[in-house]
Ligand binder design. Structure first.
Ligand SMILES: [Zn+2]
Length: 78
């Protein structure tokens, strides 16, 4: 491997690492919930009500759901 190839492989692997870190941070930091625009309840994505809620629910972060006046679902706790 020459120096150029080495640098290129180093760059590629650090980009891949960065992408992994970003998506991991996104999963933890974003904390998506299903927010019901009609009832203002928000659900964990695996909540049965979130799964049933297809017409009025939007997928946003929990922070945004709270900012919109959302209240946590009593079943899943939001
Ligand atoms: Zn729920």
């Amino acid at each position: 491997m020459n120096r150029r190839q080495f640098l290129l492989s180093l760059m590629t692997s650090s980009v891949a690492l960065l992408a992994t870190e970003t998506s991991r941070a996104g999963l933890l930091g974003n904390d998506q919930v299903a927010f019901n625009k009609e009832s203002y309840k928000y659900h964990k994505l695996n909540c049965k009500w979130a799964i049933k809620c297809t017409r009025h629910c939007i997928y946003i972060s929990r922070k945004d759901a709270i900012a919109r006046g959302g209240v946590p679902c009593k079943v899943c706790g939001g």
